[in-house]
Structure formats: C-alpha cells, structure tokens
Design a protein. Structure first.
Length: 132
C-alpha cells in the first residue's frame, strides 16, 4: 500500500451536514477498494479564480489515505461519475520528503526552545544584577 494525498472540491453551496455525507461517500470509496483513510482535513470554502461550470466557489477537503497503486485509476473513475465531487486531484506522498520536513521541524523547534531558555537566563541575570 502506498500513501496518497487527495484534494477534493465539493460544491460551495453544500450545507455542513450534506458536506459531511459527501465526505463520508468519498471515504467509503477508498475503504471499498481496501484502502485506509489516515486523515481528513476540511480546508474551507474558497473562491475560484474564474467560474467553472457556472460555479464560483467550492469547499476544499484534503484526505490522506493508503491504497494499492493498482486501484487509483478505479478510484478516480468512480469520482468522475459522482455528481457531488466537483474536482479531484490525487498525489502520491513522497516518504523521503516527509521525513526530511519532519526532521527540519524538530530542529527548528529545538532551536526555538534553546533561544527561549537563553533569553530567560539573560533576563534572570539582569534582574539579579539590578537587586545587588
């Protein structure tokens, strides 16, 4: 199984409960093909740069999932037949890039912690010198 990021655009006029049902249908298609849905993130309603099919906005949803690479074309075919999914883009997740980004984030966080500790120590030294 390989990891994928799917970006789905649903009609912008959909209510929250209708949108939840549409997202559940998309997840259902993934699990029907023996895939696993890892995360779902609603990115919100966004306006298109230019109207498409008489629509000027849509709700963007990002779903990360695992699926056998042989089933991707089948999955895309099912989404193209679905009326509630306006657009779909599926990209394979680059595991090496993900690990590099995670390591960089950890290093950045460690530097921020070290900087905060150094500032706290400097402030403490200033306050003790002021008392003397």
């Amino acid at each position: 199984m390989k990891k994928y990021d799917g970006l789905y655009i649903f009609a912008g006029s959909a209510k929250d409960d209708v949108l939840d049902k549409q997202i559940d249908k998309v997840r259902g298609e993934i699990t029907r093909l023996s895939g696993n849905v890892l995360t779902t993130e609603v990115l919100g309603k966004r306006t298109f740069a230019r109207p498409m099919q008489k629509r000027d906005n849509g709700v963007y949803v990002k779903i990360r999932f695992e699926l056998d690479p042989n089933h991707i074309t089948t999955l895309l075919g099912r989404y193209h037949l679905a009326e509630d999914v306006f657009r779909v883009q599926i990209l394979a997740v680059d595991e090496r890039r993900e690990s590099v980004l995670a390591r960089q984030a950890e290093e950045r966080k460690a530097r921020e912690v070290a900087r905060a500790e150094a500032e706290a120590a400097a402030n403490e030294n200033k306050s003790t010198q002021g008392e003397a």
